[in-house]
Design a protein around this ligand. Structure first.
Ligand code: NAD
Length: 310
């Protein structure tokens, strides 16, 4: 099976590196230094002291990818429009197009160019960091869960084949309709911890162990639960909080990606997280003051990267 990874940063390289064991993979990315290092020495995948180099095809030229059976998107939401435009070179009528990116909205961008019966969406519990050109570090155990489902609720033979190839490569992956509930649980984590750690400059453990920030976190989770329930996704406020606390305890020292984005003065993924949930809430007339104020604070931080007082 031919598979293209569109956006081969921390997560794309992780998926491409693992898949290279059971498929013909091509990594596509606009980062010249990263791609050239992979072509020169292979992709370095490390976890603590463990290190391995993976030989995998990589390019910055979308015309060089060739037609693929599956295209897996792993850019940040902010680069989806341009990545999709580039990726059209390798996507044909039979290609399964899969987004495993965080938040809501990547699927809607795909729908602008790709027929719905080719689109699949989901999430993964894997985490990874970019250490430098050609080098990624896995920050979760191997074989944590990855899940996806069809945009039109009809799972094709080609998608089943992708599932098989991914399982053969070692992924604990499942095509499941359950994916919406998992996505909304992950949204609860990302919309509360990512924004609050970025605004308050705290690690996850500090955030949940400080009474005042914990109270804001709870308000965000409550609002997301209200929207989820209105959509028929059954996650109560109590279950949501329990889930977020379980995740937090496992990653006390973690600095979420939005905190890193703010630290490095990059555009954040706020539009596919808090802002996307606010848009959903409007459809049901649900008020979301905590989501709104945190989204506005992130926007204000982004707008003033160059003029911060201290
Ligand atoms: P990243 O910034 O490390 O990687 C994104 C890559 O996309 C970069 O290498 C960038 O050069 C590339 N890119 C930008 N524009 C492109 C274009 N037009 N064509 C091709 N490539 C392009 O980001 P990441 O941490 O890998 O995250 C990717 C997605 O996965 C995000 O939605 C993120 O929220 C989600 N996610 C990340 C993690 C994690 O632990 N890093 C875990 C789960 C989900």
């Amino acid at each position: 099976m031919k598979i293209a990874i569109i956006g081969a940063g921390a997560m794309g390289s992780l998926f491409g590196g693992i898949l290279a064991g059971s498929a013909d993979v091509c990594l596509y990315d606009v980062n010249e230094a990263h791609i050239s290092e992979i072509n020169k020495n292979g992709l370095l995948m490390s976890r603590g002291e463990e290190k391995r180099y993976v030989k995998v095809r990589a390019t910055t030229n979308p015309e060089e990818i060739g037609t693929v059976d599956a295209a897996i998107f792993f850019t940040k939401y902010t680069f989806m429009d341009s990545a999709l435009k580039d990726a059209l070179a390798c996507i044909k009528e039979h290609t399964v197009v899969l987004t495993l990116q965080n938040g809501l909205g990547c699927m809607d961008i795909l729908k602008k160019e790709i027929p719905e019966n080719q689109i699949y969406y989901g999430l993964t519990a894997y985490t990874s960091d970019m250490k430098g050109p050609g080098h990624i570090e896995l920050t979760t155990k191997e074989n944590v869960g990855t899940y996806f489902w069809a945009a039109d609720d009809q799972v094709s033979e080609e998608a089943r084949e992708l599932e098989k190839v991914m399982q053969k490569a070692g992924f604990n992956i499942q095509i499941t309709k359950d994916v919406n509930e998992k996505i909304w649980r992950k949204l609860m984590v990302n919309c509360s911890e990512n924004t609050l750690c970025a605004i308050l400059r705290l690690r996850v453990g500090q955030l949940v162990n400080t009474q005042e920030s914990f109270e804001i976190l709870k308000r965000i989770i409550n609002e997301i639960s209200d929207v989820a329930l209105a959509k028929g996704i059954m996650i109560s406020r109590e279950e949501g909080l329990k889930y977020v606390m379980e995740v937090s305890q496992a990653v006390e020292h973690h600095l979420p990606s939005m905190a890193l984005d703010v630290m490095k003065k990059r555009k954040t993924e706020i539009m596919c997280l808090n802002e996307a949930v606010i848009e959903e809430a409007k459809k049901y007339g649900i008020e979301t003051p905590a989501l709104e104020i945190t989204a506005q604070m992130i926007r204000a931080i982004e707008k003033n990267y160059e003029g911060q007082a201290f």
